[in-house]
Design a protein around this ligand. Sequence first.
Ligand code: NAD
Length: 549
Amino acid sequence: MTRIVRAARGTQLTAKNWQTEAAMRMLHNNLDPEVAERPQDLVVYGGTGKAARNWASFDAITHSLTTLERDETLLVQSGKPVGVFRTHEWAPRVLIANSNLVGDWANWPEFRRLESLGLTMYGQMTAGSWIYIGTQGILQGTYETFAAVADKRFGGTLAGTLTLTAGLGGMGGAQPLAVTMNGGVALVIECDPARAQRRVQERYLDEIATDLDDAVIRVSNARRQRKALSVGLIGNAAEVLPKLLAIGLDPEIVTDQTSAHDPLAYLPRGIAVEDWADYAAKKPDEFTDRSRESMAEHVGAMLGFLDKGAEVFDYGNSLRGEAKLGGCERAFDFPGFVPAYIRPLFCEGKGPFRWAALSGDPKDIAATDRAIIDLFPENESLRRWIRMASERVAFQGLPARICWLGYGERHLAGLRFNEMVASGELSAPVVIGRDHLDSGSVASPYRETESMADGSDAIADWPLLNALLNTASGATWVSIHHGGGVGMGRSIHAGQVCVADGTELAAQKIERVLTNDPGTGVIRHVDAGYDRATEVAAERGVRIPMHEA
Ligand code: NAD
């Protein structure tokens, strides 16, 4: 029998207080069929990222959260509840560790072996830490990345520019809408017509061209008229990009979001979509070689656009690494998106900040949207995002919102939300958390910490310090994960969630957590030698002992 799980709505408590009720609702919300990819298997997103180890563990966590006192803490080991201890009211109600393995054992085969024995689970980032909010997070991150490209190179808008990219899957499908939200034109190559069609239905993609010439005409006209437009073109990126380069198309921006991180999930040239799965399953080694060769061609064309002056970047899918294995020597001539655009934001402790309304009432999110605009009236990009998100983003599960805020900003938002709960302006408490695409809580040398100024990409002390500090500061639940986003052996990262329940105690905790959490992002970048981070620390009063002595 299929189990359907959905978070409770309204103000009726099942748990003993809002702190534990919030953790329970967010665990349940992660498995809402509107939110999770495969709820029957407890899989939330990102391949096999799970919310709990198995249904017995899920039931035991739910039971513990229902009975937990305000001075007790539940420990969760890779999705399984393993102990309840007496702590105190400022301590987190839940402490979570997911998918962690000792260094020499931190690889997929060993993880799979342990997983098959039922001893661990893959927690991804916000799956096993109970703060996933559906595709809004992806859209916003992609919007923010393209906004940063616009700021760096095109005077703050993509109007009058063409972005050439590929991949219209779960993540990649956000690219066309993110580009048009920034005023630009996007041409997106996708080999699977069903994927492209789905993005049109979901209103993430405006139209699909009939062939290459038609696509070039449509995007060129829109670019000339400075009109925002996204066009899909069915084809293989490894074939289409070299052709576009050869005919002299001159996109301002080139990137990619095919699933290049897994060579079996990237379609090599000369193979039909219908034959893909069968070929990959029967001859994985031969398929991998062909896939890497095609990625080398694909990246070769991207380098051609780079040489002609385009802004080219890797969008966190390991395309450069795989192309290099396929023989493209210059694959790393263009940067990853974090060092190229996001790091200056990380220096300010900026990153994705999200919240969800435990009432289940969209009116609560609309009220918080207004509060955010009210709090930061000078931030034009933030206003534009909130306005567009409120018009175009459909909620999945509990109504939620995400936006980028930095050090010195997040606690203001958290405190305002807490006041709104206290005054009754919001009909129930809200939870406030974040992604693990974050400035101070992630060590991930292929993404968040690629090319750190001091070469400290793989130092993983920072996410551990972040988790300890959030625990000491009063977060409601704190998690430490391994392998999220980029896979086993490639990342260590931490999460925190606070609950604004309208009490004075919640206000004190929120002020500390939402100041200290982004504060670790600032100090991490000061330590790595970034001048902007040092300025931010000085301007906003972040204490750095080595600068005080
Ligand atoms: P997905 O598997 O849902 O979609 C990939 C799409 O690429 C599919 O629609 C597929 O048909 C298409 N494709 C594959 N080979 C192609 C080819 N040769 N030509 C044209 N189209 C091709 O994957 P997704 O969830 O969209 O993720 C895309 C990539 O982004 C993954 O590698 C993922 O790990 C990475 N990623 C990046 C970030 C980030 O922060 N930037 C975050 C998470 C994941």
